[in-house]
Design a protein around this ligand. Structure first.
Ligand SMILES: Nc1ncnc2c1ncn2[C@@H]1O[C@H](COP(=O)(O)OP(=O)(O)O)[C@@H](O)[C@H]1O
Ligand SMILES: O=P(O)(O)O[C@H]1O[C@H](CO)[C@@H](O[C@H]2O[C@H](CO)[C@@H](O)[C@H](O)[C@H]2O)[C@H](O)[C@H]1O
Length: 472
């Protein structure tokens, strides 16, 4: 494109070493830091791009940094490389008070000695720079900014950082677009871009279409014949103005003592519509016994790892395992299932209702802790249904006193709505549904133990129910 800007850049040697002591302290405190509970032992620089040279007023670096961490029992193999994180580091002589919450620290050594570094997404100029780069399809060093040529981006939209607790970080531009910057990044096709692009091509109105995206190219390893797969770093999509997410709405109705049945049914229909569009847009496969066995093995392995990490699971382990063996038994009898691309981490917080009452689904990244290849595998659609059923249970158990009947009504309405739009009711496959609900509840136990220990009783209550439901 004629308007594309290409800029080659260099970064000062010793940059990461100068930031090292500050990042060791700051990174583990971020909500999106995936390696909670394991001390950071050092960093490796994957890529550094100087977006603004550090003048007296402002400097800006885009960094991809690998965090090496101490390996504790139950947290993976010692030879695993550390996770790679995307950081946008601002550099100033001193921080104005409005940027105080963004402080990373004061640099005492190396090329930035004497400067203050901070999380630059809080700042207007760096956020402007990202939108402008996307708009103009810039190439800056190894960073490539792409956009759908059929979608307009107006210049000068005012940015604001989303302050909600997130697995990633998002900036809203003028209530028109939202840019999600992925924090823990892995090379390869990212479903958070791949699936919304496929759905946009399939004319599915339930998912905001990607308008632009940014990637980091990688040098191929010496002697390799194929180019190395890039890192997907961020996706810009239309902002659903005035939207409320399903979690907020559900809690609001619970607080008023109101039902959520009509919304749950609408959510079931919306989920089914997205599934139908995904099945049209991307390949579907049939799962026989050998594929089912692999899936069941995965569920069992995740259970064993979770039991190891969270001792409160131990008394329920054999009941939970029975949910997986029951599925394996069905497959051994010759039962098969259709699998397709799914959302992978569907819950009420991933559903947005517009002021007109329309539901959209967002965040197709899948469960961030799982390997990319696994997240991109075709799976039975019941997986997403199970995620939503768990979410109604979460909402009903997050209030005092808990409202399990409220959740039961929502769960039934959601499945009915799904059946209306998909032509098949997920409840007609109870063994598959129980296996997926169990897998999800186990994931949630681990997630809460790592990120929000005070929430642990919520999935543990479900674990008790699911473990007991297979016992005769
Ligand atoms: N297209 C959108 N329109 C309006 N709000 C959005 C949109 N996409 C995301 N959001 C808001 O941003 C939050 C985080 O987005 P999400 O994709 O779930 O990120 P994460 O992976 O970090 O959880 C959502 O809970 C929602 O409130
Ligand atoms: O950050 P993501 O939205 O991608 O998802 C992660 O965080 C979620 C919590 O914010 C977590 O969801 C769990 O808690 C929700 C209530 O806060 C509940 O509605 C979900 O059903 C429950 O799974 C999600 O599992 C995790 O991947």
């Amino acid at each position: 494109m004629s308007e594309a800007v290409t800029r080659t850049v260099t970064t000062p040697p010793g940059l990461l070493a100068s930031l090292d002591p500050l990042l060791r302290e700051w990174l583990p405190r971020q909500r999106w830091f995936a390696g909670k509970g394991r001390p950071v032992t050092g960093f490796g620089l994957v890529a550094a791009t100087e977006l603004l040279p550090p003048t007296a007023k402002l400097g800006l670096y885009h960094l991809l940094v690998r965090a090496h961490q101490q390996v504790l029992p139950g947290h993976g193999a010692p030879e695993q490389p550390g996770d790679c994180y995307q950081l946008l580091i601002g550099v100033r002589e001193a921080l104005p008070p409005r940027l105080a919450p963004a402080l990373i620290g004061h640099v005492t050594q190396g090329p930035l000695a004497g400067r203050t570094v901070y999380e630059a997404l809080h700042d207007t100029r760096p956020a402007d720079l990202l939108l402008e780069a996307l708009r103009t399809q810039a190439r800056i060093g190894g960073l490539r900014f792409e956009r759908d040529p059929h979608r307009e981006i107006r210049p000068g939209l005012v940015p604001r950082l989303v302050t909600a607790e997130q697995s990633n970080s998002s900036v809203v531009y003028g209530d028109t677009f939202i840019l999600k910057l992925l924090r823990r990044v892995v090379p390869g096709i990212n479903p958070d871009l791949e699936l919304p692009l496929a759905l946009a091509r399939a004319d599915c109105p339930r998912v905001p279409p990607p308008t632009a995206w940014m990637v980091a190219d990688r040098e191929p390893p010496a002697g390799a014949s194929q180019p190395a797969e890039p890192y997907v770093l961020g996706v810009l999509q239309p902002f659903v103005q005035g939207a409320t997410d399903g979690w907020e709405l559900a809690l609001r109705e619970l607080a008023k003592g109101e039902d959520f049945v009509a919304e749950a049914r609408a959510l079931g229909r919306a989920t089914a519509e997205v599934h139908t569009a995904l099945a049209r847009a991307l390949p579907t496969v049939t799962l026989g016994h050998s594929q089912l066995r692999l899936m069941v093995d995965g569920m069992t392995e995740r259970l064993e790892a979770a039991v190891h990490a969270v001792p409160a699971l131990r008394p329920h382990a054999s009941g939970l395992r029975s949910a997986f063996t029951a599925l394996d038994d069905l497959a051994a009898e010759g039962r098969t299932w259709t699998a397709q691309r799914v959302h992978g981490d569907l819950h009420l917080g991933q559903c947005l209702r517009s002021p007109a009452g329309d539901w959209s689904l967002i965040d197709f990244e899948g469960e961030p802790a799982r390997p990319l290849a696994e997240r991109r595998m075709p799976q039975p659609t019941v997986r997403d249904v199970a995620g939503m059923l768990r979410s109604f249970d979460y909402a009903a158990r997050s209030v005092d006193p808990a409202q399990p009947e409220w959740a039961d009504r929502c769960r039934a309405a959601y499945c009915s709505g799904y059946a209306e739009a998909a032509g098949r009711d997920p409840r007609t496959d109870p063994v598959l549904l129980r296996a997926y609900e169990t897998d999800k509840a186990v994931y949630e136990v681990l997630y809460e133990a790592r990120h929000r220990p005070e929430w642990l009783p919520v999935p543990l209550t479900a674990v008790r129910r699911l473990a007991a439901s297979g016992l005769t």
